[in-house]
Unconditional design. Sequence first.
Length: 196
Amino acid sequence: MVLTDGDERRTYQWPEVAHLWHANDMEGEAADGVMITKWLHELLLEFTDGTVVGSLLADPPVTTPEPAFRTGRLSSSPPSGIASLMQHVNAPVTELHLARAKATLAAGGQVAFGPLTATADGLHHDGTRIPWHTITSCHYSFVIFSEDEEELGAMLRMEYEVDGGAHGFPFAWLRIPALDVPDLDVLVRLAEENRT
């Protein structure tokens, strides 16, 4: 990756990315019964030398009938020409960080993902231990519209088994804003690989 600032150019290799954050958002407006929206793609990189770089790119606007828009949609990756560019950065960094995280956990260490900490036996969040095998779902998604306003936006969404959960459900849920979770895709991959 080459960063430019005026005449200054700095080149970084993928191993020099210390942390990566990503999220989607949407801007829109209603006009004459249609929604005019455009997807936004946010990427934040922190390099090992302390440099932090953020980018916010937008896809071209699209038009959707308002009733169809308000039915709600859950999408882990919006239709986009820019998403593939973001993935070109995210994929190699995720692979490197996943290998590092696995080695750290295998050696008995722990890996921080913002408000979550991974250990060999599971995740820890706000005093709660979540064993790997209890995780039934862990993914990134962006909710465009929902009756539950707390569900909107780009989130890490996790469901896990608990005894005597809320309202008698045998599950508990975590919803954490994606930009609060560095290396979110690494965490998702660890959950997928360790929960079986």
